[in-house]
Ligand binder design. Structure first.
Ligand code: ZN
Ligand code: ZN
Length: 144
């Protein structure tokens, strides 16, 4: 089978870093963790790509900030756009806002909801998770 065009493309605000994904993107989510909050100024929308299906152009403009013992966050050194999250596994996280439109993707869940900032509420019906994958009990008093 031949793929004659990438499934997805994306770029930073200034265009110095752009990328293609020749494959599927999975697990579109909103991450409410404190690191995403500080880096983005709010929360981030992320999606996963297979490393082997992602090709990046302008990598010399990409800066990797090691945000934890297991992962680094890639952003454009020229415009500051946050683009990637990489834990060294076979999947790379992509910040969904950098994808070219239309994506055809739909958000599926919220993660790290326990770290959510206090100035907003999560008011949709998507599943909420504590950390990456522990379902939040929606029957808890006062939670929603
Ligand atoms: Zn840029
Ligand atoms: Zn996060």
């Amino acid at each position: 089978m031949t793929i004659d065009h990438p499934s997805y493309t994306g770029k930073c605000l200034c265009g110095a870093v752009h990328y293609e994904v020749n494959g599927i993107l999975d697990d579109p989510h909103l991450c409410h963790c404190g690191q995403c909050r500080r880096q983005s100024g709010h929360f981030t929308a992320g999606v996963g790509a297979k490393r082997a299906e992602l090709s990046v152009t302008g990598e010399d403009k990409l800066i990797w900030y090691r945000s934890s013992s297991f992962a680094a966050r890639g952003f454009c050194s020229a415009c500051g756009s946050i683009l990637f999250w990489d834990d060294g596994s076979d999947r790379v996280g992509i910040n969904m806002g950098s994808l070219d439109q239309p994506t055809g993707l739909k958000l599926e869940r919220h993660i790290f909801v326990e770290d959510k900032a206090d100035y907003y509420d999560i008011d949709d019906d998507l599943p909420q998770f504590i950390g990456l994958d522990q379902p939040k009990k929606l029957t808890e008093a006062g939670s929603r």
